[in-house]
Ligand binder design. Sequence first.
Ligand SMILES: O=P(O)(O)OC[C@H]1O[C@H](O)[C@H](O)[C@@H](O)[C@@H]1O
Length: 296
Amino acid sequence: MSVEETATEVTLTHPDNNKTFVKILKYGATVYSWSLEGQEQLWLSSAAKLDGSKPVRGGIPLVFPVFGKNEDDEFLSKLPQHGLARNSTWEFLGQVSANPPTVQFGLGPELANPELTKLWPMDYSLILTIELGSEHLKTHIEVSNTSSSQPLKFNWLFHTYLKIADIEDTLVSNLTGAKLYDQMLQESYVDRQPVVSFHEELDRIYQRVQEDRLIQVIDKGHPIHTVKRHNLPDVVAWNPWVEKSKGMADFEPKNGFKEMVCVEPGHVHSLLELQPGQSWTAYQLLYKDELNYQVL
Ligand SMILES: O=P(O)(O)OC[C@H]1O[C@H](O)[C@H](O)[C@@H](O)[C@@H]1O
């Protein structure tokens, strides 16, 4: 069977290779493991809670309807950091294709975390489609405004924790020339460095990165992850380094920051706004590619 469902999770296994699989927790519809021919591609904290008691520290948590904390919107500002999708149990909608194995999960206000839904009482429907290729993982989201009268304002982001060998040997490419908001310095500037390198905590929101820019994670000159985006113009790059990792109870081992980098495609610099009846779609595609410096 290429799709197996338990009470709490769904596993897709590729028909051509049983060491290529993806595991998705119904809680948060969080992909928490993606193995490609036996090689794990995503970082997961050894202290991550997989029992629905808090969002998963690692894998691909889903950020909706707000990234970080919103301070301006009457309703979004009441939600905790990163919203309610990652702390709600989604419905497994079933398999939509046999090869590549593809499944869907759904979320709406009737299913979402009730405490958080009280704070953000909007009508919406989310459909997450996960496709496991022999050499890729595609996560596709559709957001619909199901209200008959109110606009729907939101952010979306795939909070992808990529597994790497050593952060000090790692570069992230093809973000050069993009404007960014540096959450450490709390200021905006244009990145003029040829690549992003990591020597301390780094937390940057790159804005309006052209869609044809492939973001590559490079280990000692070799591209180990390539991230393609559709309708996700903003890219967050994050590594918590020593002090921030110490402060996160569910981040283990404490030197685990050396083996992860977050590259998070999203629409977070501004809010999306859908009128009643409208829908919006976007996807993230993780795969392997040749080294491709598009800008230096
Ligand atoms: O601890 P969390 O709420 O999961 O957030 C983890 C991180 O998410 C993003 O990458 C933000 O840019 C960071 O500022 C934040 O620390």
